[in-house]
Ligand binder design. Sequence first.
Ligand SMILES: C[S@@+](CC[C@H](N)C(=O)[O-])C[C@H]1O[C@@H](n2cnc3c(N)ncnc32)[C@H](O)[C@@H]1O
Length: 286
Amino acid sequence: MSRLWEDPRFGPLAHELYRRCGLVFEGGQAHLFRKRVERRALEAGYGDVDSYLERLAFGIDPEEFERLVDLLTVNETFFFREPEHFRVLLDEFWPRWRERGEVRVWSAACSTGCEPYTLGMLLRERGWHEGVDILASDVSTRVLGEARQGVYTEFALRNTPAYYRQQYFRMEGARFHLDASVRSMVRFQRINLAGPEPWEPPGRFHAVFCRNVLIYFDLEAKRRVVGRLVASLRPGGVLVVGRSESLLSVPEAPPPLHRGGVVVYRLPEEAENGSEVSPFGWRSHV
Ligand SMILES: C[S@@+](CC[C@H](N)C(=O)[O-])C[C@H]1O[C@@H](n2cnc3c(N)ncnc32)[C@H](O)[C@@H]1O
């Protein structure tokens, strides 16, 4: 239960956003929610926010919903963010996965693409860029458009080593253009991880990244999303969440594995025959 839902003006819209994509706006975020909706009302040609909210009360059309999601999601990301995760994946698991054929990875809330593209660069450096499928998705169509373009400001490269800047980016004015050799490694798709409609996994992956997004969900939405992500993993597959995100209270999460100073969550190999191996009842919550 979010306090914003009790607000007679903004509450119904906030609750609808929660119902449709799991997002909860508390504290400072609730203030931001009101400000951004007010701005959108003016932008959409309404004289005041109340007439806009009144119209939405009769149902949000898909286009307006997309605009609101674009406005209300936090899309902060940058290259080489929390690099330990990539190191652990590439050093510990990747060699074994490669031996068995194509390696499939899903960056499940990729924002403007820095996360999947970082992986792409690291794979190129190791000469492991063939036989890889990288799916990157987000609920916001605006960030996906930016991700496809692959053009960034200095701020997005603030953690990027000089070598990678020189090797993989071309500067035009103040903008950094990512090389096509890396862009072509990633395919983008709009996927809402928390929607109320029945879930169809976009594939079965060796690794699923879902970093720095679960913090915007309440426990119920978090459990739904983690269940869906786990259902998209292959046996032995690894779920990676942000360093500040714990899955302790999420029974759908696979067992944690402490490696290289970080925690990843790995599905046991023995699930191979589709058998129900989880002591926590994975998949049953999907
Ligand atoms: C803070 S960014 C994190 C980006 C990247 N994973 C990282 O760690 O740098 C969070 C992203 O989650 C996306 N997001 C929020 N709710 C979502 C949902 N229900 N389904 C898919 N993506 C969602 C937002 O649009 C935003 O781009």
